[in-house]
Design a protein around this ligand. Sequence first.
Ligand code: 13P
Length: 248
Amino acid sequence: MRKPYIAANWKMHKTIEETEEFINAFLPMVRDITDVDILVAPPFTSLAAASRLLKSSNVILGAQNVYYEEKGAYTGEVSPGMLLSAGCSCVIIGHSERRQYFSETDEIVNKKIKTAMNNNLEVILCIGESLDEREENRTFEILDTQLAGSLRDLSLEGITIAYEPVWAIGTGKTATKEQANEAHTYIREWLRKNKDGADSVRIQYGGSVKPDNIESLMSEPEVDGALVGGASLKPDSFAGIVTGAIKK
Ligand code: 13P
């Protein structure tokens, strides 16, 4: 069985002080949880401070983005080596907000995953269709394109997939558990057809996950966890999601 995996994507929220306040409140709430992998991805500026507080805890530190070059004249970018030295062991790549507002293509996402993997960073790869695409019945076609482009020439070692339908992100409109499971099943089949080791890859659902819908989502066989935005910003709310993710 795949171990449930719950990740917090804080997006552009929290100063260093707010990050420390969150972690100090959150760690005692989840200290005894061993049945769920837990990750927090603060903004770059909070990583080093978060790393100090998370040391020897059961919470993994991740970043929200990375550049695909190791170093050089790339003003404003952050390399995999910098993430490692800040204490990260994982990075979120290809989030729909990066695709939408920062023009990230599957080709760029693929290059970023390659560089992250070369540096032994684990990766959460985000994919998912927009509302128009779903309404035009193009969900599976979009997933195909994103998976093929993002994972070109790559193994599945160290990869988690986050299925985040864009229409469910920050809208309060969660996909039904059946919709999530259907998309996850499609993703799993694609991985089985195209790569080795598909059955051990965890597939998280993302999009308006909250303490009161996590149990229902997790009851589906192909939902292995969640990537959480808004509801991960408060310690008690995120701890509620972590607790609710323990498979019954
Ligand atoms: P919300 O949980 O705020 O809908 O965000 C989901 C998300 O984009 C996580 O990466």
